[in-house]
Design a protein around this ligand. Structure first.
Ligand code: PMV
Length: 286
């Protein structure tokens, strides 16, 4: 029997713009998905196309038990975390000898297949490797970890990443003169944020600007706005949508002492709050 876990992720900066080759920064966060795999003669596992594919690709059969601290469709990378943890547990239980990097690559091919081509390697890479990751085009580079204090606010409005990406693509075709400069500006905010990564006040300002630009792209949602305003007015340094938008989750960068107040404000707007920080481990044997 082998139990492995893998973390969820947030986009700190640059979502949507990364689709057009601009830099983005994602970070693994503490909530995890735990997966136990056991060799058995009578395989059983929860209904999940991701888990089915993991066994198919690895060429083995077994039983699976999943325990998740991440809500699905909340924009926190739960499908990537399930896939990475399942592959890691299969790899261990059946002694297949894949490296962590290979697991990240296989997980990406599975996400792409299950999501009909609409997946970026960000979620699976960040979940497998952990930490803070700079994405530029197809390259991914781990950055020195930062102890950022975050409150995640789940709007409980489920969103479709594919739809939001398509919407931005359509807007860009229709109004290239407007949308391209917004994407460029998001890229510039990401680079500016990287220069101030140790300065939470400046990072918070960058998050606010990034959020305004995401709103300008059309991926905002009234519930996200409500949670973001609640976070800012209760002491967050800054707050923004994380991921594709149109619902999903928001993140607020907070002083340590303000975290529970910000979380309370999010909950009183009927969002679900998670107080969290960076996860530096990635996929881990339990
Ligand atoms: O909704 P999420 O967390 O999967 O993030 C999507 C991020 C986008 O930049 C909109 C798309 C992508 O594949 O990078």
């Amino acid at each position: 029997m082998a139990t492995w876990s893998a973390p969820g992720k947030v986009f700190l900066f640059g979502e949507h713009a990364v689709v057009y080759g601009k830099p983005g920064v994602a970070m693994a966060i503490k909530p995890r998905v735990y997966v136990t795999v056991r060799k058995t003669k009578h395989p059983s596992h929860p209904k999940s196309p991701y888990i089915d594919e993991c066994f198919k690709v690895m060429g083995v059969r077994g039983s699976v038990y999943v325990h998740s601290q991440l809500q699905s469709s909340s924009g926190l990378g739960s499908s990537a975390a399930v896939t990475v943890a399942t592959l890691s547990a299969i790899n261990d239980e059946f002694n297949l000898g894949h490296s962590r990097g290979a697991i990240a690559d296989i997980a990406y091919t599975i996400e792409k297949k299950v999501q009909h081509g609409r997946a970026s390697p960000t979620d699976t890479y960040v979940s497998a490797m952990g930490g803070l990751v700079l994405i530029t085009g197809s390259s991914k580079r781990r950055l020195p970890p930062q102890n950022l204090q975050l409150v995640v606010g789940n709007t409980l409005v489920s969103h479709s990443t594919a739809k939001m990406v398509e919407m931005v693509g359509t807007a860009r075709k229709k109004h290239p003169d407007i949308i391209n400069p917004i994407l460029d500006a998001i890229g510039a905010v990401t680079l500016n944020a990287l220069h101030h990564i140790g300065d939470p006040k400046e990072l918070g300002r960058c998050m606010d600007i990034n959020h305004a630009l995401l709103e300008a792209l059309g991926v905002g949602h009234p519930v996200s706005s409500r949670l973001i305003i609640a976070a800012r007015t209760t002491g967050a340094y800054g707050a923004k949508i994380t991921g594709a938008g149109g619902g999903g989750s928001i993140i607020a960068l907070c002083p340590r002492r303000a975290k529970s107040r910000v979380a309370g404000a999010i909950e009183s707007c009927e969002g679900r709050a998670i107080i969290t920080t960076i996860d530096t481990e990635g996929a881990r044997r339990e």
